[in-house]
Write a new protein. Structure first.
Length: 206
């Protein structure tokens, strides 16, 4: 009887330990990255880079394959052109499903990947010569409409010591049609993103 009790206790201890290890392993596969960077628009209107910020929770399917969801927001700087107009697109946001493939299993490793998702675009507004609208978000003339478009971004980067992430991506976003009467041009929405971020909850299974 005592032997059976000992065996039962040992079984319970083993089962509890195994469950704890399984739970811990699952949590070790989850990491959250967030940070900021620079957005360089592919557009003749924007002669200055904008600022971006992002958050990206990911899950490691294997030691080298990761899937996640990235939310990124950027603001483009206001500036003037030679014709006296000043242009501004206040906000862009993208929400993408992402995937990464790591070239190695160490704590410092290069990755390649891509993302696909929805991009929200605020209107491009401008001041005509002689107009005074310091806040183009609520004033000025709309050059394009607010839109939502599907975007795609190939990316490459490196994770340093499982704590710091550096990456470059190019966001392909369909162009917007100019809504000003008499103009049939289109405005490009694509941009190059340079990212520097921190990684948290990263504990790789030994």
């Amino acid at each position: 009887m005592k032997n059976k009790l000992w065996l039962a206790c040992l079984f319970l201890v083993f089962a509890f330990k195994t469950q704890a290890q399984t739970t811990r392993t699952t949590s070790q596969r989850i990491k959250i990255g967030f940070g900021g960077g620079v957005a360089i628009p592919h557009n003749n209107l924007w002669r200055r880079a904008g600022a971006l910020t992002y958050v990206e929770p990911t899950y490691d399917l294997t030691d080298v394959v990761t899937v996640g969801l990235r939310a990124e927001w950027l603001v483009l700087a206001k500036f003037g052109l030679d014709d006296g107009r000043s242009y501004e697109q206040i906000f862009r946001g993208s929400y993408m499903l992402t995937g990464k493939y790591y070239l190695g299993t160490g704590k410092t490793r290069v990755f390649v990947g891509a993302g696909l998702g929805l991009c929200a675009l605020s209107p491009v507004r401008y001041n005509k010569p002689g107009e005074r609208n310091p806040n183009l978000f609520s004033g000025g003339t709309s050059l394009t409409a607010a839109e939502r478009k599907v975007g795609f971004c190939p990316r490459i980067g490196i994770d340093l010591f499982d704590r710091i992430s550096l990456s470059v991506d190019y966001n392909f976003i369909p162009s917007s049609r100019v809504i000003e009467p008499g103009i049939t041009a289109r405005v490009s929405n694509s941009y190059l993103g340079l990212h520097l971020g921190a990684l948290f909850f990263v504990k790789k299974q030994n």
